[in-house]
Design a protein. Sequence first.
Length: 226
Amino acid sequence: MEVEQMGMRFSDRSEAGKRLAEGLPQLRERPDTIILGLARGGVPVAAAAAAELYLPFGAVLVRKLGIPGRDETAFGALAWAQGDILRIVNKPLKALILAHGISQSALDTVEAHERSELLRRARQYPGIDHDLRGKTVVLADDGLATGATMRAAVEAVRASGARTVVAAVPVASLEASTSLARVCDHVFALHTPGKFHAVGAFYERFEQLSDDDVVNQLEGTGARGR
């Protein structure tokens, strides 16, 4: 795992992606390497980084499984992998949730909703199915809080044949970075603050992205590398 301190805040996701690229010069024009952004928020980060590094670009679909009433805290995630849905669950956290009175049926409802949303986006978004066999895949997001969605993305690209997987983000909690180091070949974060509350706190502009925003970004770059 590599951690660098290169600034506390970013103006927006595109600027964060450009700064992320500055920290990864060894990837510039590297053959058999592709950058995939976690949709939605990671897509503009990945697009900006890919443009700076002259690398192909696309998206990976991941949906967080949030705790009912505390949606920002994930007990797992779902990811799209070449037509299949991979399910990653934090089993100790799930057991703790059940012990505190949240029912299994409530968790099942969350998962059913997120599965439906994942399928909907898979039908709508271009650039989500890639030939990753033997490639180095850089997974980019706007930040890591728990790391659950990134871990699901890692599993998805591994299942699709990626040779090397790198998680690259502008900001991450130390807990998430440490956890991901166990499943990634490399974790790169520009900033790992001692106190981490929410990814959005490290951005001046952190607006919610729409499906159209993501589709336009993917179509605008051609979603290269498929």
